[in-house]
Design a protein. Structure first.
Length: 222
C-alpha cells in the first residue's frame, strides 16, 4: 500500500497556530489525528519548553504506590478472623527472626516443645498432634535428629513404627529458645495487664480447641 500524506493546520488550546504534515502507510482519519494533536497542546511554545522533566523513580513509586497496609480499614478490623490472622502473622515473623540464628524454623520449636510436654512419640502421633502432614514432620524430625536434638528408634514390636524422643541436647536447646521467645510474648501482649493476659490466653486456648486442636494433655503417648 502506498503511503498517504496529508498537510493540515490547527491551533493549540492556547490559541497558537501551527502546521502539521502526516504520513501513514494505511487508511487514516487525518481530521481525528489533527484534533487529537491540537487537544494535546503541542504548539510551538509548548515544544520550545522542552520535554517535561522526568519524575524520579522514588517519587513515581510513591505516587503510584498503594495505600500503606499498616492501617487497615475499620470494616476489616471488625473481623475477628482478620485480627487473628494479622496478629499471628506478626508473631510468626518475630519468631522466625529469633529462630533463624539457631538454624531453626517454627516447626522445629513446636516439635521440641511437644516432645518435652508429652514425652516420646511415634512420628505418626507427633504429626497428628502438631497438625502436620507426614512429609513435613519427617523433614523436621530429620533436621533435629541430625543436630542431635532428638533420637529416633524403631519399635521392636512394630518395625514400621519409629519413635521420636528428646535428647539432653534438645532439652538444653529448648531452654535457650524459650528464653529467647519469652520477650516476644511479652512484647506482643504489652498492651494487656497481667489479668487481661491470662484471660486472653485462656480464650485463645478455647478457640484453638474449638477449631479441632485439643489442648496438650499428655494423654496417649503412642
Amino acid at each position: 500500500m502506498e503511503p498517504s500524506a496529508s498537510p493540515g493546520t490547527t491551533a493549540s488550546p492556547s490559541g497558537a497556530g501551527y502546521a502539521v504534515v502526516g504520513i501513514s502507510s494505511g487508511p487514516t482519519d487525518w481530521s481525528r489525528i489533527f484534533r487529537a494533536i491540537a487537544d494535546g497542546d503541542l504548539g510551538v511554545e509548548t515544544l520550545a519548553r522542552g520535554p517535561h522533566p522526568a519524575v524520579p523513580g522514588a517519587a513515581r513509586a510513591a505516587h503510584s504506590a498503594p495505600p500503606p497496609t499498616g492501617t487497615a480499614p475499620r470494616g476489616v478490623l471488625d473481623l475477628n478472623a482478620y485480627l487473628v490472622y494479622a496478629t499471628g502473622k506478626a508473631a510468626r515473623r518475630r519468631l522466625t527472626e529469633t529462630l533463624a540464628p539457631h538454624g531453626l524454623r517454627l516447626w522445629h520449636l513446636t516439635a521440641l516443645t511437644m516432645l518435652a510436654d508429652v514425652g516420646p512419640q511415634s512420628k505418626g502421633d507427633l504429626a497428628s498432634r502438631l497438625d502436620m502432614n507426614q512429609s513435613d514432620l519427617a523433614r523436621t524430625v530429620q533436621d533435629l535428629d541430625r543436630a542431635g536434638h532428638v533420637v529416633c528408634t524403631r519399635d521392636p514390636a512394630d518395625r514400621r513404627r519409629i519413635e521420636v524422643a528428646l535428647t539432653a541436647s534438645g532439652r538444653s536447646l529448648l531452654t535457650r529458645l524459650n528464653d529467647d521467645v519469652h520477650p516476644i510474648d511479652e512484647d506482643l501482649l504489652a498492651p494487656l495487664d497481667p489479668t487481661e493476659r491470662a484471660q486472653f490466653s485462656s480464650m485463645l486456648r478455647r478457640v484453638h480447641a474449638h477449631l479441632g486442636h485439643p489442648a496438650r494433655d499428655g494423654a496417649s503417648r503412642g
